[in-house]
Ligand binder design. Structure first.
Ligand code: HEC
Length: 248
């Protein structure tokens, strides 16, 4: 009986606390960091659509080139628009003070954003800008209410408007609450919704890599470490047998 209670507390309580948490549900980001083509597409989206405002201050172009399978020359041709040299950090030229005036908040450096916010958050954030005429840039965001960032990917995604579900508690005078349920595409962009989703997975994959470039190597090395440990276990087992042979 005691065990059942413990199991109940361990299994059910976390689920209840999740269910009671307010807010738009996050979508799982389908990432594949071994897919170099996906990382390259993500890098391209980043320099084209994000780097005007955001930097990756801890990332150098040439390290990026090596990690995602490009030559320095390809990076120079396709990814550098700021006149930076290939050994330089991925900074942008926007003065912080101006940025603050334009947007209310300066756009943060995105090097560590995938680690601080999580990839599912980023994946959802980038897909849930919706029309909201009350906001300065005419858009709001499902997971970051009143975000100061415009919908910079509107050419690709198009414009969507929010779909709400109205909840009314029991009782005549109890207030109604509107819960954001999803979106309706009112003006399509150049990508279809599945294409846009995939592009956002590429972009989030790239940001995840940028936050921890070592993870590409770590996963590769990890396999060898596991194999080594397995082999070592066999050797130690044989050794132990050998040592104890004379004792028995
Ligand atoms: C026109 C300038 C501009 C561009 C271009 C831009 N952003 Fe932003 N972004 C902002 C500003 C301003 C903020 C700060 C918003 C705030 O804190 O209210 C921000 C915030 C963010 C955040 C932080 C959200 C959080 O929870 O703190 C992320 C993530 C982000 N941007 C990702 C991107 C990505 C990815 C792109 C490229 C697709 C991009 N941004 C392009 C201006 C921009």
């Amino acid at each position: 009986m005691k065990k059942t209670i413990v199991a109940f507390v361990l299994l059910v309580l976390p689920a209840l606390s999740l269910a009671s948490e307010e807010g738009y549900p996050l979508q799982r980001a389908p990432l594949d960091l071994h897919n170099k083509a996906s990382l390259q597409k993500g890098a391209k989206l980043f320099v084209n659509y994000c780097m005007g405002c955001h930097s990756l201050e801890h990332q150098r172009y040439n390290r990026l080139a090596r990690d995602i399978g490009l030559t320095d020359e390809q990076v120079k041709q396709n990814l550098i628009f700021t006149g930076a040299k290939v050994g330089e950090l991925m900074k942008n030229a926007m003065p912080k003070a101006d940025a603050k005036q334009w947007f209310g908040v300066p756009p943060p450096d995105l090097t560590l954003i995938a680690r601080s916010r999580g990839v599912d958050y980023l994946f959802t954030y980038l897909q849930t800008f919706y029309l909201d005429p009350t906001r300065p840039f005419g858009v709001n965001n499902a997971v970051f209410p009143n975000a100061g960032m415009p919908h910079v990917l509107w050419e690709l995604q198009g414009w969507q408007k929010p779909v709400y579900e109205v909840h009314k508690a029991k009782g005549k005078d109890s207030p109604e609450t509107k819960v954001l349920k999803g979106f309706e595409l009112v003006q399509p962009g150049s990508m279809s919704p599945p294409e846009f989703r995939e592009a956002m997975a590429d972009l989030v994959g790239f940001l995840s890599y940028a936050g921890e470039p070592g993870q590409l190597d770590r996963q590769r090395i990890g396999i060898w470490v596991v194999l080594f440990l397995a082999l070592a276990s066999v050797i130690f087992y044989l050794l132990k047998k050998e040592y104890w042979k004379d004792v028995h």
